[in-house]
Design a protein around this ligand. Structure first.
Ligand code: K2U
Ligand code: ZN
Length: 173
């Protein structure tokens, strides 16, 4: 297993609409494993393929509580089949926008259809933090970041901060 470099906003690869996955290759399995390792190391509870530079429609997730056994998930070609009218607001972060947290409102519950690494189709309903997470990750597959829900002023301030951070990281080497 190996840690993958997480792409930092702004980056054109984070704005692309990703391609559907057509069959689960050994390379995709290996990448999903590496993405889970990268997510746990960050730490985070989700990570989408475009965040590590792969513009394909899948993400990994583990929303199990810290004191519980890990529950790693890989969701391939996910799509929302139902969303509640009720909404929830969560303070969201993003591994591609480190150190920034903003309250984002989304449907409180969603039903998502997807396939797993064995090619089996699923349809599951998510609520709470998991519902927020799957919607956040699905946004990544459509080239959308949580800053896109903010005012232009806030978005531009955050983007400027990330550009500065990337320059500092480039200088550090
Ligand atoms: O896609 C990502 O950048 C991973 C996010 C997913 C996420 C964002 C907001 C709300 C839930 C999930 C990271 O896991 S951000 C770190 C984090 C960890 C625990 C709870 C919320 C955010
Ligand atoms: Zn994110």
């Amino acid at each position: 297993m190996s840690l993958k470099k997480i792409i930092i906003h702004p980056d054109p690869r984070l704005k692309k609409i990703c391609d559907r996955v057509d069959g689960v290759s050994p390379e995709l399995r290996k990448l999903a494993t590496d993405m889970l390792e990268t997510m746990y190391d960050a730490p985070g509870i989700g990570l989408a393929a475009p965040q590590v530079g792969v513009l394909e429609r899948f993400f990994v997730m583990d929303v199990a509580a810290k004191e519980s056994a890990p529950e790693p998930r890989v969701l391939i070609n996910p799509r929302v089949t139902w969303a509640s009218e009720d909404e929830n607001a969560y303070e969201e972060g993003c591994l591609s926008i480190p150190g920034i947290y903003e309250e984002i409102t989304r449907p409180a519950s969603v039903r998502m259809a997807f396939s797993d690494l064995d090619g089996k189709e699923h349809e599951e309903e998510f609520e709470g933090l998991t519902a927020t997470c799957v919607q956040h990750e699905l946004d990544h597959l459509d080239g959308k970041l949580f800053v896109d829900y903010l005012s232009g002023i806030k978005r531009r301030m955050i983007t400027a901060k990330m550009k500065k951070l990337k320059k500092e990281r480039a200088r550090e080497g």
